[in-house]
Design a protein around this ligand. Sequence first.
Ligand code: ADP
Length: 212
Amino acid sequence: MVGTIQLNSRQERILQIVKDNGPITGEHIADQLNLTRATLRPDLAILTMAGYLDARPRVGYFYTGKTKTQLLTENLNNIFVKDFQSLPVVVKENVSVYDAIVTVFLEDVGTLFVVDENSCLVGVLSRKDLLRASIGKHELSSLPVNIIMTRMPNITVCQKEDLLIEVAKNLIEKQIDSVPVVKESEAGFEVIGRVTKTNITKAFVALADDDL
Ligand code: ADP
């Protein structure tokens, strides 16, 4: 898929010719620019893939009339969780808060997902959950994480075929940094991935770099 790309001057000229004369064949566009059809082929391919132009066999190219915003929206509606998710870091519900903090550092993540003996999601631990427990008068190595975690059913989840933009909206609305990617089974929600603000930022950059 192609993002809203920066067009070069020849592509802008082609676009103008098609806007003014479309539907028009590649041959005729080439004539107007005094170029060969072969020279134009890559530009026409880019303009078509990016959604600015459409091509009909035996009719030629015509301008789709889509604005940059429309094209961006179309592209956003084509980015799915599975394209940008990362691996989840999970802990069992009986591990200590101390061990969970060590895991956050060792795994270099901000959020841990807590699972039961069937590997199903039961809770979420954010950095602030762990900090809050740390400033209380608790013995951290004997305090299990299931006492302090945010627990099911109050956990926002997503699935790998969900749109990334919907997850982004959830992060903002719920004021959270990440959501687990889950697969529903008889036992509950198996945690198969995670989407964080970093994944969303990467998608944003890929969109700008036309790298999807
Ligand atoms: P932090 O607390 O470090 O700023 P978050 O903003 O992600 O990190 O977490 C805020 C609160 O929301 C925490 O109490 C955390 O347990 C909870 N939380 C985090 N992720 C989720 C989620 N996907 N669903 C429900 N609650 C969550």
